[in-house]
Design a protein around this ligand. Structure first.
Ligand code: ADP
Length: 652
């Protein structure tokens, strides 16, 4: 027996590891590319450990101060080798670490796995990773050769396994310190031998790792031949780890473009380093344009989460609330060791704390932009304000801060200009106690609404809300600086408005009763002093859904009769009302009263921007009026002439 054979041992994996390996080899395919990220991260960790160790024990470097991770694809042997010159492993470490599940993260992964359906497993593995064992997703045999830095050359170790339950270890000669992992690739995993796949994977997952990841590639030479050169595949430049003064504007822009695939410049760059209980680096961008795929409630967005420069999640939704989902960038939690990181998702407290901090910084940045570069802020708000607004109803803690970031059109703002709630309140006349708004489809339609007539006369401003989400904003906000928000087309007139004289009430009582009977669509008919030029308008009962909300619900496919019936308000000073009253006094069952009642109702519906139930009936009534109105005129007395249609054929 040779000495080596004596030292070769055949060992079994621990039970839970067997389960894990079974799952890995049998059911995880779609995410298997992450094996490279895992192995490269281990290599990088091993190098960092030695770097640290060598501060005190320089001899452990064995005279080699270079650091690199090398990928060696071998098409003939169907192997991919990942080599590092890190700290390496002793025989004990290998048995200890690679024969059991050493990491608490992997244990958590297994726990989760037990509770999940098989179909959800691939997503899980992306989030957790299973470290070294992920190698068995692509390889049917794995050989690890290693030697602990600073140990004699004959103290190397070789570990071999097919991932089926057993492994062998033996002591070997090994010249170089560090570890090489040889993956004998499965037949359906040969893509991981191609240069462009490896390049892609390194760029995607390990681009910003500080150590170079190199590979031999064929390059053409100037004289037309080819040569093999060692190329570094990762950019290594994690600009978020530098301080702001060390990053040039162009570098930010380039990184932003690479990250978002946008071609524009970011509106804001938020770059800082959080210190204290938790330490993390942040580089966030507020884009200039609204991403085309950013829809209402779009879920899968969030900054990239890195742990020590290694990409853990492409979109970490947990890091930002949905109303800031347009913010892109990177969060690098550098104080956590990689193996804790995989559990991070479950430790929501940590993420919550980070989220709070990010939100605070983003809102501060936006406030600064609004104060320092208002035009740029307006441009931002036009694109992304509609998403930011959601925060008013979703983020209670920051509601007032977000409210101050909102821009509104109003009956007093010029075309293309805006007011803020603060400006609105400042400009309120002393006797005005409420903030008025009216919501609907377009500014021009709203601005003509009969409801606004009295507000205009008093010099009150009214906010014009045209985004569907505005309904949720005003409902979420309710008041600003102790001034309640109130829909101009809703409820009782405010106490400060003129009250209706008793005399008028008495005078109109009979007509109102008749109109109630003729217009079953409304819940009530009453007089109002809020109108000037218009004869009538519709209002919602106090606290009920506004007309705009009702339209939105219908657009969203709501068909049930959910909306409360409206109230028809009449302007007692309008000529139409005066004459209608006279007609009613003379003959309260005059058939014209019904026609006029219908016309009044239809015009009230149209003027608030809603559509009427029966436009044909409206047209018929208007035509009747025209005919009646022109009957006294000489020409109108002749009977309607009959025309025969003309021929469209050309004369021959
Ligand atoms: P993790 O890296 O999260 O600890 P792994 O299962 O990937 O979990 O690795 C288990 C252990 O094996 C590591 O903690 C480390 O001690 C050791 N190891 C793995 N790869 C290497 C390597 N390339 N160099 C040195 N040690 C390694």
């Amino acid at each position: 027996m040779t000495q080596q054979a004596e030292q070769q041992e055949k060992l079994e994996f621990k039970t839970e590891l067997k389960q894990l390996l079974h799952i890995i080899t049998h059911s995880l395919y779609s995410n298997r590319e992450i094996f490279l990220r895992e192995l490269v991260s281990n290599a990088s960790d091993a190098m960092n450990k030695l770097k640290y160790d060598s501060l005190e024990h320089e001899d452990k470097l064995e005279g080699d101060k270079t650091w690199k991770i090398k990928l060696i694809p071998d098409a003939e042997k169907k192997t991919l080798t990942i080599c590092d010159n890190g700290i390496g492993m002793s025989r004990e470490t290998i048995v200890d670490q690679l024969g059991t599940i050493a990491r608490s993260g992997t244990k958590a992964f297994l726990e989760q796995l037990k509770q999940q359906q098989a179909s959800e497993r691939p997503a899980l593995i992306g989030q957790f990773g299973v470290g070294f064992y992920s190698a068995f997703m692509v390889a049917d045999q794995v050989t690890v050769r290693s030697r602990l830095a600073g140990e004699p050359k004959d103290q190397g170790v070789e570990w071999v396994s097919d991932g089926q339950g057993e492994y062998t270890v033996q002591t070997i000669e090994r010249e170089k310190r560090g570890t090489e992992i040889v993956l004998h690739l499965k037949d359906d995993a040969l893509e991981f031998l191609t240069e462009h796949t490896l390049r892609d994977l390194v760029r995607r997952y390990s681009n910003f790792l500080e150590h170079p990841i190199v590979m031999d590639v064929e390059k053409s030479t100037e004289d037309g031949g080819t040569e093999i050169v060692e190329e570094t595949l990762n950019s290594r430049d994690a600009i978020w780890l530098r301080s702001r003064s060390q990053v040039k504007d162009e570098e930010y822009t380039e990184f932003y473009r690479q990250l978002t695939h946008n071609q524009d410049e970011p509106t804001c760059i938020i770059h800082y380093s959080a210190e204290g209980v938790q330490e993390f680096k942040v580089l966030l961008f507020i884009p200039t344009h609204r991403p085309f795929d950013l829809k209402f409630g779009e879920p899968k967005l969030g900054p990239r989460l890195y742990i020590q420069r290694v990409l853990i999640m492409e979109n970490c939704e947990e890091l930002l609330p949905p109303y800031l989902r347009f913010v892109r960038g990177v969060v690098d939690s550098s104080d956590l060791p990689l193996n804790i990181s995989r559990e991070l998702l479950q430790q929501n407290r940590r993420l919550e704390h980070m989220q709070k901090d990010l939100v605070k910084e983003i809102l501060k940045e936006l406030r600064g932009l609004k104060e320092d570069d208002y035009e740029k802020y307006v441009a931002f708000f036009r694109e992304l304000g509609v998403i930011l607004k959601e925060g008013v109803s979703n983020d209670y803690a920051n509601r007032d801060t977000i409210a101050d970031l909102l821009l509104f059109e109003s009956i007093k703002t010029e075309e293309g200009c805006y007011t803020t709630l603060e400006q609105y309140v400042e400009a309120m006349p002393e006797e005005q106690k409420e903030i008025y708004y009216i919501s609907g489809e377009s500014k021009s339609l709203l601005a003509r609404s009969p409801h606004l007539e009295a507000y205009r006369e008093k010099g009150y401003d009214v906010l014009l809300l045209t985004d569907p989400v505005d309904e949720f904003v005003v409902n979420g906000l309710r008041e600003y600086k102790e001034k309640p928000l109130k829909a101009a087309d809703q409820g009782e007139q405010s106490s400060e408005e003129e009250t209706i004289p008793d005399e008028a009430k008495e005078l109109f009582r009979g007509l109102i009763d008749t109109l109630k009977e003729k217009i079953p669509e409304v819940s009530d008919v009453r007089l109002t002093m809020r109108l000037r030029e218009s004869a009538c308008c519709l209002v919602s009962p106090e606290g009920a859904m506004t007309a705009n909300m009702e339209r939105l619900m219908r657009q969203m496919g709501e068909t049930s009769n959910f909306a409360p019936r409206r109230i028809l308000e009449l302007n007692p000073q309008h000529q139409v009302m005066v004459q209608l009253l006279e007609l009613h006094d003379q003959k309260n069952d005059d058939p014209r009263i019904e026609t006029y009642a219908r016309l009044l109702y239809d015009q009230a519906v149209l003027s608030e921007g809603s559509s009427i139930q029966d436009p044909v009936a409206l047209a018929r009534r208007i035509n009747e009026l025209i005919v009646r109105d022109t009957q006294g005129q000489p020409k109108a007395q002749s009977p309607a002439p009959s025309f025969t249609p003309g021929s469209t054929e050309k004369p021959s």
